[in-house]
Design a protein around this ligand. Structure first.
Ligand code: AQP
Length: 332
């Protein structure tokens, strides 16, 4: 059976881009693949976090994933830091990765102030290697992610291939599974930038658990352009194209066909708002129930971490042995 792994950071409230680009595909994948999903709290440490808030957000994110449709009877849901094999494998892979290839990662450039790289956290620089470890520790074949993770997935593949060439066949080389529609939902106020938890303004992002009237207001105020022509063209009309993409994802249809039904932006925005509100409503309702049952969520995460450790452990042992580390008696 194909193995799937993906993760999401508990860095803030989940937005429509995360849901559309990643989570809704996880929900489908879990029924056809052997699926592992994690809340990547160690990745969150690459930016400033309040410790109490990080704990709370990690639990909220896991609750959201269950509300969004992950079923612990068919997939494995866990918290990254509960599985120490990720960080140990990350070190082994850091000794395979080169400084030059990490320097090419565009997310590092995006998340640091130009000219001030010297004060950036080392973890922000090396986190793509930890992400590779997250994936390779499970011998995942398929990694469902949004388009922004394409470069990190390429790095992961390069590291797996290099490791296998240098130390013998150890890791499965994974494929990125990037959806054809909704892989890069754009910021509503700056449609040339992706919708982001940490970098979008409150008006630029739709939070998945936001009240319907707030979602509607944000969509009605989304940035478009002056000519009032509804046409799908990401380069010339990024704002309108983003709205059409949201309509396609939330309501069905193709962006080009949908565009032909509108002669102005007002009606388009109204339909997008209605479709997005309806699309998110079941998740909001289920979240409100589940957030009242944190013990249930914690139990799911404990069971998930047990399964994750027992899957990742032998793969890590294989990598350690391949690199020539002497096994200790406690290593098994
Ligand atoms: N705008 C987006 N459109 C489609 N997919 C997206 N993803 C993120 N933004 C969009 C996908 O969501 C998954 C989880 O993302 P993450 O938590 O690892 O963080 P990220 O990719 O760095 O996304 P954010 O929202 O911008 O978070 P911050 O601001 O914390 O860095 C991934 O599969 C991602 O591709």
């Amino acid at each position: 059976m194909t193995r799937v792994l993906s993760g999401i950071q508990p860095t803030g409230e989940i937005h429509l881009g995360n849901y559309v680009g990643a989570v809704q595909h996880w929900v489908l994948d879990q029924h056809v693949h052997d699926s592992f999903f994690c809340v990547v709290d160690l990745h969150a440490l690459t930016s400033e976090q309040d410790p109490a808030l990080l704990r709370a957000k990690t639990l909220q994110m896991a609750t959201f994933l269950l509300a969004g449709g992950l079923d612990p009877d068919v997939c494995t849901l866990f918290v990254q830091s509960h599985v120490p094999q990720h960080t140990e494998l990350s070190w082994l892979l850091e000794c395979v990765a080169s400084y030059g290839e990490l320097r090419r990662m565009t997310q590092f450039k995006d998340k640091t102030v130009a000219g001030d790289e010297g004060s950036a956290r080392v973890g922000l620089f090396t986190y793509p290697v930890l992400m590779a470890a997250d994936i390779l520790a499970y011998q995942a074949d398929r990694v469902p992610v949004g388009d922004d993770q394409r470069q990190h997935l390429e790095l992961c593949r390069d590291l797996a291939i290099r490791f296998n060439t240098r130390y013998g066949d150890t890791f499965v080389v994974p494929e990125a599974a990037i959806p054809p529609v909704g892989a890069r939902i754009m910021d509503l106020q700056d449609p040339t930038q992706k919708m982001s938890k940490s970098r979008s303004s409150p008006q630029g992002k739709i939070l998945a658990l936001e009240a319907p009237e707030v979602i509607t207001r944000k969509i009605m105020r989304a940035m478009t352009d002056a000519d009032n022509e509804v046409r799908f063209d990401r380069d010339a009309k990024p704002g309108v194209s983003n709205l059409l993409e949201l309509l396609a994802v939330a309501g069905g249809g193709t962006t080009t066909d949908l565009a032909t039904g509108y002669s102005g932006y007002g009606a388009l925005k109204k339909d997008v708002a209605e479709a997005v509100v309806t699309y998110l409503e079941p998740v909001r309702t289920r979240y409100a129930e589940l957030i009242e049952a944190p013990d249930h969520v914690l139990k799911v995460l404990d069971a998930g971490a047990d399964k994750a450790r027992s899957t990742a452990g032998p793969n890590l042992a294989k990598a350690r042995a391949a690199m020539g580390l002497l096994p200790g008696s406690e290593m098994g």
